[in-house]
Ligand binder design. Structure first.
Ligand code: NDP
Length: 444
C-alpha cells in the first residue's frame, strides 16, 4: 500500500467520526501524491505525514455562562493548535451549533497550508464552540465570550497563538474576547486579529477575505485574457466574506445577482443592492428575506437552490459542503465556467472532481480565501510596530499577496505537469514550505 493510503487509513481508524477531517486529509494527501511518491523513503523514515496529520495540541474545555433568565448554560470550547513549523498558530474561532472537534481539526489542517501559501510567518490553528450566537442578547454573547476566554487565555499570546474571527465571530465577539484577555493578563498585545480600529485593528481586515477572493479570480481571468467586467456572479452566504466579495466584484464591473443565508436565497436580476444587505446583516442582524421588502423587484426563495441560477462565475462563501455534485452539474449546464471558494471546503469532493474533469476553472479555498488570514498577519505586524497603516496601504499589500498566491499555485501545478489544476498547485505550494521547516527543526 502506498504511504499516502497507509496514513489516510490510520487517520480514519484513529479519529473515528471526524468525517470532515477525513475529507480534508484525503483531499490534501491525494493531491500531494506526486511529491510524496517521489520522496517516499525519506518521508516514511521521518514519519513526516503522520506528524503532519496529528495536531501539535488540542485543547478542549467547559464554557459555563448565565443566560438572561438566570439559567446556567454549558458549551464546549476548543482550540486546535495544529502546526507551528513556520510561525505562531493562526486561525479563526467559529461559534456555531455544528462545531465539534472534527470540524475544527479539518479547518486547522487546511489552515496550515493556507497560511504557508500567504508567504507570511504564520502556523495553523483553529478553535471555537458549539455556542449559537443567533438570537442571543449582547449581554449573553459577552458572558459567553468572557467565560470562553477565561480558559483560552492560558494557551494563547502574540508570539504563541493568535486567533481571529470566523463564522459567528465578528467585531463584537472579538471585542469582548480581547477585553477579557487584557483583564486577565494585564497585557495590551496583538493576541487577536479582527480587532476594532480604536484598539489595534487593521483597516481593510473586514474586507480582506472577500476582496482577496475577487483579486485571485481577477488573476485567473487575466491569465486567459478575460476580466470580471459584465460577468454574472453568484455569491452564497451573506456574512463577512460574501458581503465583501460582492462589493469588490461589483467594483470590478461584475453583476452579482444572488446571495443566501441558511434559510433561503435572494435573486435580484438587476444586481444586488449591497447597502440594503449591509443594513440587514451588519446593522440589524436580521434574515436575508428582509431584502425583498426594500427591493420588491427581487425574489426570495426559501431553502437551498442558489446554484440553479444561471451565472458565469460562482463564489461559494457560506460553509463547508454547501455545493455538491448535482449543484456542480447544474452550474456547468447553465454556463458557469469558474468557481472560486470564499468559504472553507464549500464544495464536496465529488463537486471538486467534477470541476476538474469538466473544464471549470477552480480555485480551492485554501488559496482563494487566504486574503483574510494574510491581512490578519498584517494586523499582527502593525501591532508589533505600534503603527497603523492606511486602508490603501493594506489593500495594496493584500492585492500583492493574492497575485503572488496565484503565481505560486499556478507555478507548482505546472512544475508537476498538471497545469491549471489549482487544487494540486495550492496543496503542493503550501506543503513545500511547511515540510522544509519541519525537516530543519528535527523530530518535534
Ligand atoms: P459569517 O458568520 O459572517 O457568515 C456566514 C454566512 O453563511 C451567513 O450568511 C450564514 O447564514 C451562511 N450560512 C451558514 N451556514 C449555511 C448553510 N448551511 N447554507 C447556507 N448558508 C449558510 O461567516 P464568514 O463570512 O466569516 O465565513 C464564511 C466562510 O468563509 C466560512 O467557511 C469561513 O470558515 C470562511 N472564511 C472566513 C474568513 C474570514 O475572514 N471571516 C477567512 C477565510 C475563510 P445564517 O446567518 O443563516 O447562518
Amino acid at each position: 500500500m502506498s504511504y499516502v493510503d497507509e496514513v489516510y487509513e490510520k487517520v480514519v481508524a484513529q479519529n473515528p467520526s471526524e468525517k470532515e477531517f477525513h475529507q480534508a486529509v484525503k483531499e490534501v494527501l491525494d493531491s500531494l501524491r506526486l511529491v510524496i511518491d517521489a520522496n517516499e523513503d525519506e518521508y516514511r523514515k521521518m514519519a513526516l505525514l503522520e506528524r503532519l496529520v496529528e495536531p501539535e495540541r488540542v485543547i478542549s474545555f467547559r464554557v459555563p455562562w448565565v443566560d438572561d433568565k438566570g439559567q446556567v448554560q454549558v458549551n464546549k470550547g476548543f482550540r486546535v493548535q495544529f502546526n507551528s513549523a513556520i510561525g505562531p498558530y493562526k486561525g479563526g474561532l467559529r461559534l456555531h451549533p455544528s462545531v465539534n472537534q472534527g470540524i475544527l481539526k479539518f479547518l486547522g489542517f487546511e489552515q496550515v497550508f493556507k497560511n504557508s501559501l500567504t508567504g507570511l510567518p504564520i502556523g495553523g490553528g483553529k478553535g471555537g464552540s458549539n455556542f449559537d450566537p443567533k438570537g442571543k442578547s449582547d449581554r449573553e454573547v459577552m458572558a459567553f465570550c468572557q467565560s470562553f476566554m477565561t480558559e483560552l487565555f492560558k494557551y494563547i499570546g502574540a508570539d504563541q497563538d493568535v486567533p481571529a474571527g470566523d463564522i459567528g465571530v465578528g467585531g463584537r465577539e472579538i471585542g469582548y474576547l480581547y477585553g477579557q484577555y487584557k483583564r486577565l493578563t494585564g497585557l495590551y498585545e496583538g493576541v487577536l486579529t479582527g480587532k476594532g480600529l480604536t484598539y489595534g485593528g487593521s483597516l481593510a481586515r473586514k474586507e480582506a477575505t472577500g476582496y482577496g477572493l475577487v483579486y485571485i479570480v481577477d488573476e485567473m481571468l487575466k491569465a486567459r485574457g478575460l476580466s470580471l467586467e459584465g460577468k454574472t456572479v453568484l455569491v452564497s452566504g451573506s456574512g463577512n466574506v460574501a458581503i465583501y466579495a460582492t462589493e469588490k466584484a461589483q467594483q470590478l464591473g461584475a453583476k452579482v445577482v444572488a446571495l443566501c443565508d441558511s434559510t433561503g436565497y435572494i435573486y435580484d436580476k438587476d444586481g444586488i443592492q449591497l447597502d440594503v444587505v449591509k443594513d440587514i446583516k451588519e446593522v440589524r442582524r436580521a434574515r436575508l428575506s428582509e431584502y425583498v421588502k426594500a427591493v420588491p423587484t427581487a425574489v426570495y426563495t426559501e431553502g437551498k437552490g442558489i446554484w440553479s441560477i444561471p451565472c458565469d462565475i460562482a463564489l461559494p462563501c457560506a460553509t463547508q459542503n454547501e455545493l455538491d455534485l448535482e449543484d456542480a452539474k447544474t452550474l456547468k449546464a447553465n454556463g458557469c465556467f469558474l468557481v472560486a471558494e470564499g468559504a472553507n471546503m464549500p464544495s464536496t469532493r465529488e463537486a471538486t472532481d467534477f470541476y476538474l474533469e469538466n473544464g471549470i476553472l477552480f480555485m480551492p479555498g485554501k488559496a482563494a480565501n487566504a486574503g483574510g488570514v494574510a491581512t490578519s498577519a498584517l494586523e499582527m505586524t502593525q501591532n508589533s510596530e505600534r503603527l497603523s497603516w492606511s486602508f490603501e496601504e493594506v489593500d495594496a499589500k493584500l492585492h500583492d499577496i493574492m497575485v503572488n498566491i496565484y503565481a505560486k499555485v499556478a507555478d507548482a501545478a505546472k512544475r508537476y505537469g498538471v497545469e491549471g489544476n489549482y487544487v494540486v498547485g495550492a496543496n503542493i505550494a503550501g506543503f513545500e514550505k511547511v515540510v522544509d521547516a519541519m525537516k530543519a527543526q528535527g523530530i518535534v
